[in-house]
Design a protein around this ligand. Structure first.
Ligand code: SF4
Length: 176
């Protein structure tokens, strides 16, 4: 006598129950976008780059007391081609702007930008002809961090906000 296909036998049910008790999930289903975004959000590699006083707080974020490694971002890359996060930590002078733009252009896709501190976000206390009033005049900024300077915890919070944003990306292609 045959057994109906698709109907689990009592033995199979028992085995499934036992498997459940071991914590084994069996099969997990996910959208490709969610899986890729999850991987990307947990391996954001910042560029080894700083502009002014805010960069000291950025450096502190990588030290053991704050430990940016908890978020998978401890690998500060010295080459823009190996980095996907630009943390603009400091004031952006007119003279430096084309250099920053070139560095951003050399970074690999997909890439993100954090404007760290008041100077990078809006010019800060330097309302004069030499300083660009916010790096978003030349680059697309994903997260702004207020403060002069922001504490390392604020940068880590910005990183978690960026991770949330990456996980919610609907398209995997190059951003416009
Ligand atoms: S925001 Fe304050 S600490 Fe940061 S670069 Fe500007 S002046 Fe320096």
């Amino acid at each position: 006598m045959g057994v109906a296909v698709g109907v689990p036998t009592p033995q199979e049910l028992g085995a499934a129950e036992a498997e459940g008790k071991t914590g084994s999930l069996g099969i997990a289903l996910a959208r490709l976008e969610d899986a890729v975004n999850w991987g990307r959000s947990n391996s954001v590699w910042p560029l080894l780059f700083g502009l002014a006083c805010c960069a000291i707080e950025q450096i502190a974020a990588g030290m053991p007391r704050f430990d940016i490694a908890r978020f998978g971002s401890e690998v500060f890359r010295a080459s823009p081609r190996q980095a996907d996060l630009l943390i603009v930590s400091g004031r952006v002078s007119n003279k430096m702007a084309p250099v920053i733009k070139r560095i951003y252009d050399q970074m690999s896709y997909p890439k993100w930008v954090i404007a760290m501190g008041d100077c990078a976000s809006c010019g800060g206390p330097f309302n004069n002809y030499a300083i660009i009033q916010g790096v978003d005049k030349i680059l697309p900024v994903d997260v702004y961090v207020p403060g002069c300077p922001p504490r390392p915890e604020a940068l880590l919070f910005a990183l978690t906000q960026l991770q949330k944003k990456i996980r919610a990306e609907e398209k995997l292609g190059i951003r416009e």
